[in-house]
Design a protein around this ligand. Sequence first.
Ligand SMILES: Nc1nc2c(c(=O)[nH]1)N[C@H]1C(S)=C(S)[C@@H](COP(=O)(O)OP(=O)(O)OC[C@H]3O[C@@H](n4cnc5c(=O)[nH]c(N)nc54)[C@H](O)[C@@H]3O)O[C@H]1N2
Ligand SMILES: Nc1nc2c(c(=O)[nH]1)N[C@H]1C(S)=C(S)[C@@H](COP(=O)(O)OP(=O)(O)OC[C@H]3O[C@@H](n4cnc5c(=O)[nH]c(N)nc54)[C@H](O)[C@@H]3O)O[C@H]1N2
Ligand code: SF4
Ligand SMILES: [Mo]
Length: 721
Amino acid sequence: MTTLSRRDFLKMGGAAAAALAVGQFVPPSVAQAALATGQVNAQGDGEIATMCEMCVWRCGVLAKVRGGKVVKLDGNPDHPHSNGKLCPRGQAGLATTYDPDRVLSPLVRVGKRGEGKFREASWEEALDIVAWNMLEIKKKYGPEAMVFSSTHNLSQVQFENLLQAYGSPNYGTQRSLCFNAMIVANLMTYGMEEPGRSYEGVKYIILTGRNLAEAISNSETGTLIDAIDRGAKLVYIDPRFTKTAGKAAEWLPIRPGTDLALHLAFINVIISEKRYNAEFVAQYTTGFDELAASIGQYTPEWAAEKTGIPAETIRRIAQEFSDAAPNALAHNGWRTSNFVNSFQTERAITILNALVGNWGVTHLPAGGEESGALGKPPQPGYPRISALRLDGVPWKYPFVPLKLGVFQELRDNILKDDPYQAHGWFISRQNPAQSIPDRRKTLQAFAKMDFIATVDVIMNDTSWFSDVVLPEASYLERYDPLMPMGAKAFIRQPVIEPQGQAKSALWIFKQLGERLGLGDYFQYADEEDYLNQQLAPTGVSLEEVRAKGYAELPEGEAEVYKWNTPSGKIEIKSSTLEKAGFAAIPTWEEPPAPKSGEFYLLTGKDARQTQFATHNNLLLKKYDDEPRIWMNAKTASENGLVDDDLVEVTSEVGKIKVHLEVTQAIRPDCVYMTPGFGHLSMGLTTAYGLGASDSDLHISYTDPISGGQALSQTFVTVRKA
Ligand SMILES: Nc1nc2c(c(=O)[nH]1)N[C@H]1C(S)=C(S)[C@@H](COP(=O)(O)OP(=O)(O)OC[C@H]3O[C@@H](n4cnc5c(=O)[nH]c(N)nc54)[C@H](O)[C@@H]3O)O[C@H]1N2
Ligand SMILES: Nc1nc2c(c(=O)[nH]1)N[C@H]1C(S)=C(S)[C@@H](COP(=O)(O)OP(=O)(O)OC[C@H]3O[C@@H](n4cnc5c(=O)[nH]c(N)nc54)[C@H](O)[C@@H]3O)O[C@H]1N2
Ligand code: SF4
Ligand SMILES: [Mo]
């Protein structure tokens, strides 16, 4: 055994000394902490509780580590989002962390923008460049000339802190491309963003384009399948026969854009046959009489014409649904960005639930992720912002909450300099080069910028067009702020040391804040200090949370639920919409339809990929199909096309080439592509060159009420290439 002198010990530094204590292959600080909490043994082997971030659902993970490497990811049985199971993407998370294409050092662009030539830089230099550019832009054009955008994640609270402290009103989130229609409809009707759902005891479920078996929300997907196993009836509405359709008792291949007609007809049957819960409606809702007076026109026969679903089917489903009430649930959906009438569709769905009085049974107050029980670092107030937002919120879109925004409009107004010119864009954990419709326009918006910086783990398509790329440590290598859920707060903690120079977002935003002269807004020494400040009021130690994976929060006062609407009731007739001159009760709006020879272009998730983010993951790629465009077999044969043909797909704004998948599983008037292929970044060596991007074809249409994008409202022609 060798002995170390005190001088040698000091020379090695604390970290190296810790590594020595637990074996030479074990990474220093993670192993030291995990050893202290008993999660790993002296050889560095063990299991560490953390949270997945392969999508936004945040399941609990038990990460198996061997000698400082993570070798397997399993679901944490203690976490309500995983209940012991991970989806395929969650299990493949190691291949994202160990992706050979990870960006592991700050990068500074040296070639032309979009050429992909970068040099490595130190953090000092890269952060100085970002801060200098942000300060220049602020000085020359005001803070509003800097756009910030980021997609839902645990460190977003500090991203928003940076944005607000800097003083820009311009915030782009993914939400208008995702669920604005659902959120704004619920706010208008229930005064809450998204009611919770319970499948316990549910007997009848209507899913409108909510493909839970493939567009996975792990725990909800599981509880839905369990409910089906217990005998609940599932009616699934989608122009495509998805895996969820395969689990359903009935699949309704609806004509796209006509879900509103279908739900108006359900409401018609329920009201005209007096199948609603009169007591619940009288006590808790407003505007029923106006709805009853206008709904007569929307008969099942009328809806059959619009939707292509037989009138007797519509009538029977409405009857079965109300018979099963209150153990019946009409699901609001999630990515409800299909058509410009999707907001009215969401209103109709939400009212259908209210009519059968399922509140408190299948439809509940939202659980919420906010928790007053946790503390946070102190900070000064934010500067007042007087500039208008580029995305039209609230001056053009008065009902869209500020934190949702209208991302596609933000992009469009950057192009128009309306109401002023933007000069810089700071992006974190987001891939707008792919996720906003009409990619050509997004690239034009990038080209207009004096400066773009991106925080990501890989060279995504947006980083590819950036001036500086800041590498975040992957979710298995870092801390994020604690996530409160009900009576617990869950932790994401490092299970291995960050590779290369990668750093947590908490660290990056603080460093940048300090360089921008905003250090007072980032009063935490490091990540552990941040978590300790969160835990301070709870009396729970960080060590305990690390060991268990969560903290029990002190019980708050039980909340008495109140509808947070102007009337304090569920607003079937929305007084807010009425005042603004919009249809105050759901009213049929005819959506545009393809011309003869054109198809609806549908988009939708695949169980093995997340959005635009995972296609470079070697494990997922191994099990993924070659991405092809679906076409109905009858349509294909009428057009002289066969399986695997290379076809040219053309919309008003773009053209792509892709191979054809001939299938029975889609309506003859639709084609379908899964998103996220057709990457532009050659820094993704696995994904580059695979498939094509529907963002090249999508046209931007915005619903004037919710600001939601209409992703199914692009029509295309298809011919042999
Ligand atoms: N595997 C996987 N799971 C995910 C994600 C992922 O990327 N991958 N992303 C997560 C996120 S952020 C979200 S928002 C959710 C999305 O969850 P969902 O909204 O369930 O998913 P999508 O696949 O986007 O869309 C669902 C379906 O809508 C159908 N559709 C298109 N137009 C219409 C229409 O007019 N009417 C009807 N009735 N159906 C229509 C499409 O054919 C598609 O099958 O999934 C989450 N879960
Ligand atoms: N055509 C089409 N467009 C769509 C949709 C569709 O179905 N079809 N869906 C819409 C929906 S529902 C949504 S929610 C949006 C999503 O739109 P975006 O949020 O723009 O897309 P993501 O692919 O989720 O972007 C996540 C980014 O985070 C990066 N990332 C992953 N892990 C980390 C990390 O730990 N740290 C950091 N800093 N970065 C990380 C990934 O590499 C990726 O670049 O897209 C919308 N747009
Ligand atoms: S649903 Fe899948 S990818 Fe998303 S957090 Fe859970 S395990 Fe991870
Ligand atoms: Mo989404």
